[in-house]
Design a protein around this ligand. Structure first.
Ligand SMILES: Cc1cc2nc3c(=O)[nH]c(=O)nc-3n(C[C@H](O)[C@H](O)[C@H](O)COP(=O)(O)OP(=O)(O)OC[C@H]3O[C@@H](n4cnc5c(N)ncnc54)[C@H](O)[C@@H]3O)c2cc1C
Length: 376
């Protein structure tokens, strides 16, 4: 499966490096460049944030429901993938709304799902009012990492159905394109190199075995072996990664929906009958975890996640996943943003607490201090 490529023949290649695509290996060597180690220390911490990912084991819900004379459309339950998938599920929700003749809609929720739903409705000629208890920067979406992770904490494999898989793939394709088109336009979205750090051999990481994501949405990865990368692990698998800076992105979406005429009303709803009192005849429910109490969806459960943010550091322009070290004591990850270097690695099912867990903070920070102190 390994063969010399044109790049190799041009002198950019070395036999030991390999690019892994869903189709197999193509040998080549990417030009090496210096990676700036993160200055990780306890003194550089500026804050730790907590968010509750809206997890639903059967996967997100996009479907209509009759609410008296109204059409209630659900668009919630995106787990750890809402920043990635929202444009797609929101387009599907807007298409359901188009089946009615009215062009006035209420969107409940002002996180990433509510805001992208509003944009998708506005693009189709709807006059939208957004109702929400909390708005950015006080939504779960603001507490997100957020990278292109369309299958993270999203669905229990055993509960997937063919219909849901089809919805997912359509949502992923739509979102993949929408997010790419926002790169470089002031939305805080950009590409960077992501390195998965591990001690196991490249053959074991060929493909990610994830049949849920369409092949064309899986980026090829480059396997760097011992001596070919600066990390203290045997292998570093590089894959281009699309990253979103939540505070920039959400503020831009708020500005966009307002510019297109939406009013944002601060309001909490406690029941379906509260929704039934709204003046709009089409209501789109984008309440994330809030759908549990508002609509009685007992499947909705939090996956608690926390991020510790270090001072911003110029020159760090790559992300890391894992540390392959006993100090890490589990999965950890690092991602640089303009507001700081985000360190994370927690997902605790059923934990509703919004307080940072000091043990988790210690594990994540110590793992990164260890990782970057040993980086060459
Ligand atoms: C640590 C962490 C890391 C993450 N990393 C990633 C990542 O890398 N990639 C990725 O794609 N995703 C990631 N996520 C997941 C992502 O943040 C969520 O999937 C997404 O934010 C969900 O968006 P939402 O709009 O559904 O929910 P929210 O942002 O929670 O918005 C819900 C809205 O509904 C409103 N609402 C709720 N109930 C009511 C009510 N009863 N009445 C009125 N208003 C109500 C709220 O006030 C709010 O405005 C991460 C999450 C966390 C916590």
């Amino acid at each position: 499966m390994l063969r010399a490529s044109g790049l190799g023949l041009l002198g950019l290649g070395a036999a030991s490096c390999a690019s892994v695509t869903p189709a197999g290996f193509v040998g080549y060597r990417r030009p090496s460049r210096r990676l700036e180690p993160v200055d990780a220390s306890w003194q550089r911490i500026i804050r730790t944030t907590v968010g509750l990912r809206p997890y639903r084991p059967s996967g997100f819900v996009v479907r209509p429901e009759r609410l008296g004379a109204k059409l209630l459309i659900h668009n919630y339950g995106h787990g750890g993938s809402g920043m990635s998938l929202s444009w797609g599920t929101s387009q599907m929700a807007a298409e359901i709304a188009l089946e009615r003749p009215e062009r006035r809609a209420a969107v409940i929720g002002c996180g990433v799902v509510g805001l992208t739903t509003t944009r998708q409705l506005q693009r189709r000629g709807f006059d939208v009012t957004v109702y929400a208890e909390h708005v950015p920067p006080n939504t779960t979406s603001n507490m997100s990492l957020a990278s292109w992770t369309p299958t993270s904490g999203l669905v229990d494999r055993a509960r997937r159905t063919a219909t849901w898989d089809h919805q997912f793939r359509r949502a992923a394709r739509i979102s993949w394109t929408e997010l790419q088109l926002l790169v470089g336009r002031g939305y805080g979205i950009g590409w960077m190199e992501g390195y998965s750090l591990r001690n196991s051999a490249p053959a074991e990481v060929a493909g990610d075995g994830n049949s849920l994501l369409p092949d064309e949405l899986q980026m090829a990865s480059t396997v760097l072996g011992p001596g070919e990368h600066p990390f203290p692990t045997a292998y570093a698998v590089m894959r281009p990664s699309m990253n979103i800076e939540p505070s920039v992105y959400l503020d831009r979406l708020v500005a966009d929906v307002r510019e297109a005429g939406a009013e944002i009303v601060i309001r909490r709803f406690d029941s379906r009958s509260d929704l039934a009192m709204l003046p709009e005849s089409i209501v789109i429910n984008c309440t994330g975890l809030g759908a549990r109490t508002l609509l009685g969806d007992d499947e909705m459960t939090p996956l608690k996640g926390q991020l510790t943010i270090l001072m911003p550091q110029a020159g760090v322009d790559y992300s890391t996943f894992g540390a392959a070290s006993p100090v890490a004591g589990g999965f950890v990850h690092m991602s640089p943003r303009r507001d700081g270097i985000a360190l994370g690695g927690t997902s605790v099912e059923g934990d509703w607490s919004l307080d940072p867990d000091p043990d988790a903070t210690r594990r994540i920070v110590e793992a990164h201090i260890d990782l970057f102190s040993r980086m060459r």
